[in-house]
Design a protein around this ligand. Sequence first.
Ligand code: AMP
Ligand code: ZN
Ligand code: FE
Ligand code: FE
Length: 302
Amino acid sequence: MDYLHQEIKGKWADLHVHTTASDGSMSPKELVRQAKAIGLGAIAITDHDTTDGVQEALEEGQSMGLLVIPAVEVSVNLDDGRSFHLLGYGIEVQNSPISELLKRTKDNRRKRNELILDKLQDLGVRIMDEDLIQMHPTAQIGRPHIALALVRKGYVSSIEEAFKRYLGYGAPAYAPKQRCSYKEAIDAIIASGGVPVMAHPHKWIYRSRGELEEVLENLADYGLMGTEVACPDMESGFREFLLKTSARLNLIPTGGTDFHGITKPEIKLGFGKGTLRVPVQWVTGLLNAIKHVRRKLRPKDL
Ligand code: AMP
Ligand code: ZN
Ligand code: FE
Ligand code: FE
């Protein structure tokens, strides 16, 4: 059975989780099982720049009776050079425009990782490729893997310290990520049958709420279809503002924990720091949006 028509058994969902396919510490299968065990009705697999974890999660979801939505998280640039994270929900993962885009991103990531390891070496810190693959042999390697290797080899005592001293923006081994434009990413997501959604808007840099509202309006005009409004560490006033703005711009509300497991130990699957709740009604809204995109695509495009 197709996930778009699967029954949702539960009251809450988590529409933003990472697996071992990127920088999460739990396999897709383990995640689905844990989500089921804590009573969630639906999850979406939103790995950075890869959909390699999707198939395993979909299969486990079918057999456990948990709705699993295939998705991805990509970093994109605005025209002025600032960046944000874009989620694509319901994308076709095989031979689709988004899989082409992700192939390019993977290459860029590999080059960036080499640059970071070179910079570390110049600082007298020896991290080899072999040190980075403890979590999963085919994982999409990112800074959290490097951070974990720094902890395990005793260079720092926590992931937080690894980012502060070496890997974070402005730190000596920092290397910028190559990003695609928001237009390219929105186009690829929609052309792959998916729904583009802005991730954790409270986490990127904007000068005022008015400016964020303007950016969201421009993005909605281009094709953005939703925004996260339930995230850990989002203040309630900001959440109210986003709910109001998304209703005005006809953007669907989504939300999730950005669960990573051991690299972000304070975040629990489904409930973030304890108080987060993503109602399954939002999942229904998201599924309707996915169906809407798919109906508009001609059959030969999917
Ligand atoms: P990358 O995609 O390789 O740039 O890595 C981004 C990932 O690093 C995201 O999942 C972030 O949540 C994580 N990250 C960024 N800063 C920190 C930090 N200070 N502590 C822990 N994780 C971080
Ligand atoms: Zn991550
Ligand atoms: Fe993100
Ligand atoms: Fe994320």
